[in-house]
Design a protein around this ligand. Structure first.
Ligand code: ADP
Ligand code: MG
Length: 324
């Protein structure tokens, strides 16, 4: 490995490029188109919350996430929380497949200004999350950096007989559900959230799920990922979307509505999923966990809408996107 000189053309924000070739999702589409995808039977490559691959009679789910100081957390964030978040984002992606994370690796680039105590705080945060979710911290890498703190986590889980729940499993007529409440995570939840691991596994064990994703980009953007992969549409019911207290507080400060924050704020790390209506009724009447869960819309043949005061308005899939 060596250090590649950065040229002008490497810049993701190079505005000499046509607009359709910019942005995080344009890059992911490019990577996907270049991946020479010849997956083995039963495996799934780029495009879901985890990659899946067969291993003996089982299927392994694996995901990797990068957290950068100044992008995913403030320099003022307690480092133990930073460590927690680094582990929790990856656990959330494994959970989004309906699978329990079991093993974590963490590669850390620690700023030269860091003391040993600061480095330890990060490790303690990773450990907090691993202990909470029963995950083994099995390795990683440590390097110093003259740049910002960055942490790259990789989490693995085994399906163990459960069917992985894909983004592509939504079908017209199904209903759309979400756990918890949404919006305003920037006020704190984005650092301290609890990935919905137990909820995801219980849902997958006890109910027939269509599609599932964890909300990292925002409700509208992540629902749009589901309908794109499933080749369907969706209608959200504005009145049914669970607004968090933080969405209301933030709306009071910035003049946007709490609904806007619930639709478009990122990093709530709740589960967004679809299932047949009768199955959903069974779930909301008697959820197998304490976390709130509610029905917020329906999967349609096509289109992307929100019903507000009885009128159907087009919904924009905007949410958080890197490299805009
Ligand atoms: P999530 O928000 O669930 O972490 P992302 O939006 O980051 O998912 O990624 C969507 C898909 O694109 C995933 O399957 C991910 O593995 C893939 N992906 C993202 N960035 C890259 C990359 N640099 N190289 C290869 N695959 C990538
Ligand atoms: Mg995800």
């Amino acid at each position: 490995m060596g250090i590649k000189q950065k040229t002008e053309n490497d810049s993701m924000s190079d505005d000499t490029q046509p607009p359709e070739s910019r942005g995080e999702f344009a890059l992911i589409n490019f990577i996907r188109s270049r991946a020479g995808q010849t997956p083995a039977a039963g495996s799934l490559g780029i495009g879901d919350d985890c990659a899946l691959f067969p291993c003996g009679n089982d299927t392994i789910a694996v995901t990797t996430d990068m957290l950068i100081e100044g992008v995913h957390f403030d320099t003022s964030a307690p480092l133990r929380q930073v460590g927690w978040k680094a582990a929790a984002v990856s656990f959330s992606d494994v959970a989004a497949m309906g699978i329990r994370p079991e093993v974590l690796l963490c590669a850390a680039a620690l700023p030269e200004r860091f003391s040993m105590q600061q480095a330890r705080e990060i490790i303690l945060g990773l450990e907090d999350a691993c202990v909470r979710y029963g995950v083994i911290l099995a390795g990683g890498d440590t390097t110093s950096s003259d740049g910002p703190l960055s942490l790259c986590t990789t989490a693995f889980g085994r399906a163990g007989g459960l069917r992985p729940v894909l983004r592509s499993g939504a079908r017209p007529g199904q209903v759309i559900l979400v756990t918890g409440s949404l919006g305003g995570s920037i006020l704190g939840k984005h650092m301290t959230f609890e990935p919905r691991v137990d909820e995801a596994v219980l849902l997958n064990q006890r109910f027939k799920l269509g599609a599932m994703i964890d909300i990292s980009d925002g409700l509208a953007a992540d629902l749009h990922h589901i309908i794109e992969e499933s080749k369907t549409g969706a209608i959200l019911e504005a009145d049914a979307i669970p607004l968090s207290d933080a969405a209301r507080v933030l709306a009071g400060k910035d003049g946007l509505s709490p609904l806007y924050h619930a639709l478009h704020d990122g990093e709530d790390f709740e589960l967004l999923f679809t299932m047949d209506a009768a199955e959903a009724q069974r779930l909301v009447e008697k959820p197998p966990f304490d976390t709130p869960v509610c029905i917020i819309g329906t999967v349609a043949e096509s289109g992307f809408f929100i019903r507000e005061n009885s009128s159907l308005n087009p919904l924009e899939p905007k949410g958080y996107e890197h490299f805009k």
